[in-house]
Write a protein that binds this ligand. Sequence first.
Ligand code: BGC
Length: 759
Amino acid sequence: MLDVDRLLTQLTLEEKSGLLSGSDFWHTAPVERLGIPAIMCSDGPHGLRVQLEAADHVGLAESVPATCFPTASALASSWNPDLVHEVGRALGREAKKWGVSVLLGPGVNIKRSPLCGRNFEYFSEDPFLSGEMGAAMVNGIQSEGVGASVKHFAANNQESDRLRVSAEIDERTLREIYLPAFERVVTAADPWTVMCAYNKVNGVHASEHHWLLSDVLREEWNWNGVVVSDWGAVHDRAAALEAGLDWEMPPDLPGSPRAIVDAVNDGTLDEATVDRSVRRVLSLVMNSIDQTDDSATFDEEVHHLLARRAAAESIVLLKNEKGTLPLGAGTVGVIGEFARTPRFQGAGSSQVNPTAVDIPLDELRNHLGQERVRFAPGYALSDETDEARLVADAVELARAVDTVVCFVGLPGSFESEGFDRTHLEIPGNQAALLDAIADVNTDVVVVLVNGSVVRISDWIDSVPAVVECWLGGQASGGAISDVLTGAVNPSGRLAETLPVRLEDNSAFLNFPGDSGRVRYGEGVFVGYRAHDQLRQDVTFPFGHGLSYTTFELSDLEVELTGSVQEDDLTAEVAVWVTNTGSVPGSEVIQVYVGDDESSVARPPRELKAFAKAHLDPGARRRVKLDLGQRAFSFWSETLERWAVEAGEFTISVGHSSRDLPLTETVHVDAPSLEPPLSGWSTLHEWRADSLGTRLLDKAVPDTSLLKDEGMIQVIGTMPMATLAAFPGLGLHHELLEELIQSWSKTRGLPPGVEPQPTG
Ligand code: BGC
């Protein structure tokens, strides 16, 4: 067992600097002289990418066979943290077998725009759901004695200019939207490592961002793991170290270690800072070595079956009219090249070399019988032009069969790490094919295969059934067949909104930015938070998903305990859920909180709790969900802390963000957030306060314009100190000072802060 303290005294400065730099694309640096071995890390979020020979960070060179589990956009749609935990465990087992100590995932960045090329690797547009999924995955991976690396910290929400762009975000938006998923993972799952992002945040490289890497991540969230750089994210090694970045990957040799040594030698970097990071890296190495198991193994077949179960639970049944699904008796025409050449994962650093791949067409034939299923490719994946013969064959097939199952979606060239999309459309030849098929057959089931949302508003009304399968991993072919045939009752729910138009996305005006900056001008109004505030129609809302059965929610009860004063407000939300249909199924009970009246602009409602319940037909269960104080809070820019405003809050419970049959209003008591009255407070603010009004009315004559309703409307937004300088109002500076003193004395508060003189 390595003794970190002893080693620290034995290492030379050169060796310490080496330890903070890694030795190659995937390993830390060993120090053979002292018996410190190297440990290996490997991508990625939904499957291992262990490269034993040539190495790269974009998935070009060979990697060992590994189970390709559903991508994050799919897994999040399961709304089932237990399932994600199981997938995490399986990832951990595979990592262990290959001697991987740190798995580079999950990615919990928020889907700010549906155009982000890497959205398939991220969970959701919602921070709460992302955090729950991320924490479950990290806990799963680490339960096998393998570290996770939650990434990319922070505000890495686009691929365009990803190494240089500065994400310009106000603190409230960071705190409420872009940091909470990381916060949840860090505080609930204690990841061994956190990977910093490539981009800048408000002008500072994430790798050199002291506030992010030290103040927030370590001090506030009380975490002491290793911060690793994204691959190539470090630009100034000493500055990054100072900011809290411990381990640079891949190493820039010999430049980076040299830079650390030079900075210490010329006195610009304290060696204690180096030691602090070395201690963390050594602890990581030690912890990893302790848990290494050369005999570790895993069963590929078992993992494939888990991948299939996870993919099936991630499929979202968007629409199902006339009971089109599950497929009944009768002939089925499977149309679309994706049924024969499945797309099941995205490209880039997360690309896995799968152990096996299920072909949807084969799986459907196995399920339904060869004789019932005919196939036509309908389009070619390599060519976007409308190939008349392929369409004609497909239309002929559509005419001849009872039901059509048509696979459409995004080819690999449309979305990947490294670039963003510029539109939400599926290829034109696929859209044209769909039109042609819907013209000749009224029973068309559309199977969507895509990593992030596509626009379906043009054709959704012309087909009776649609399933969204995302990029469901190597077993998605079997999973799709399970859902279409009814072997599995779909229970996925959308983790991102399907907008009617790209232009309805709130980031549209500011994506992907220009001149090296991207302004997050929409603030906290991201995803459904914006669609709801703008009262926009959506094609399908966040949280939506159907089942082959039906559910009823009833008897909502909300019980508040604790208090804001004591910082321990909680609410227990209880509801009955009943399976009112005829087959077993799972419902996702979603709880949203909205502040009815707030001094800051807040979204109408935000997801704050959810639970998935499996019920047999006719069965019912009382589901209880807890909300902590944070569920009611916003980040106050003036107080620089989380704050709850007294008043009414609406708790809504239902099936999606737009289908919330149960609501209850609760009253929350909380200390006032208003700053003490001062000369900088406006006339309106003085008048809004009962004591302020009383004091003012007593102090100024009845003839003063400060008492005249019409005048108050006009000058009410002016600070009292400004009004005190105006002649004829009956107010002067000495009198104002007396008013402030009496107000503060009566309220037992220190006098409010006056504006600082300028110049
Ligand atoms: C990606 C990371 C990945 C790393 C190593 C980078 O380009 O952004 O997510 O873990 O490469 O492959």
